[in-house]
Design a binder for this molecule. Structure first.
Ligand code: URA
Length: 188
């Protein structure tokens, strides 16, 4: 199994009712040998229209932060979401939608075997790091889970709403760069 084969299977997914309203499944995008996996919440309108993650305004901001620390989806990171189909009106994914979709992310994880997983925002952090996780309190910290490092930072859409947190978020990307230099073999 490779990522492309998994993607073909995922594109036909009907495991939850989000399949009724989606335009495209947003499987994920990035380097197949990425050592760093970014996980957002779920596609918005632009992502649903294009079938690619983080392509709207928040995606532009994410790409800008990535570029500042020499990362990019073309070169060395992979970007995915907790749910692969857009929740109507961009509401939070329902627990049953996340539960139905998580096996896809788990398989992406098994194929990529990233060294570091970066949760973008509360929904991903609470799902992947710890229920009740507070991004405000615990952003930028690294948690070792069975040999994989997990960290979280502000969701770029939250930064567009609260630009006051942009400098703090940038600090998380700088800390990420330092951690990559320590633990990754071929990212830079
Ligand atoms: N917000 C997300 O959480 N994911 C996307 O892919 C786009 C916006």
């Amino acid at each position: 199994m490779d990522l492309q084969t998994l993607q073909q299977q995922c594109l036909a997914c009907r495991r939850c009712s989000l399949c009724e309203t989606r335009t495209h499944v947003v499987f994920g995008q990035g380097a197949a040998d990425a050592e760093v996996l970014f996980v957002g919440e779920g596609p918005g309108a632009n992502e649903d229209a294009q079938g690619l993650p983080f392509v709207g305004r928040s995606g532009q901001l994410l790409d800008h932060y990535l570029e500042a620390v020499d990362l990019s989806r073309e070169k060395n990171v992979y970007i995915a979401n907790i749910v692969k189909c857009r929740p109507p009106q961009n509401r939070d994914p329902l627990p049953e939608e996340s539960a139905a979709c998580l096996p896809w992310l788990r398989q992406q994880f098994q194929l990529l075997r990233p060294k570091i997983i970066v949760c973008l925002g509360r929904v991903a952090a609470q799902q992947l790091i710890k229920p009740g996780f507070s991004v405000t309190k615990n952003h930028g910290k690294f948690f070792d889970k069975n040999g994989t490092l997990f960290t979280a930072t502000y969701h770029p859409a939250a930064l567009l709403r609260n630009p006051g947190n942009k400098i703090t978020a940038f600090g998380d990307f700088v800390a990420l760069r330092d951690k990559i230099a320590q633990v990754c073999e071929h990212t830079y």
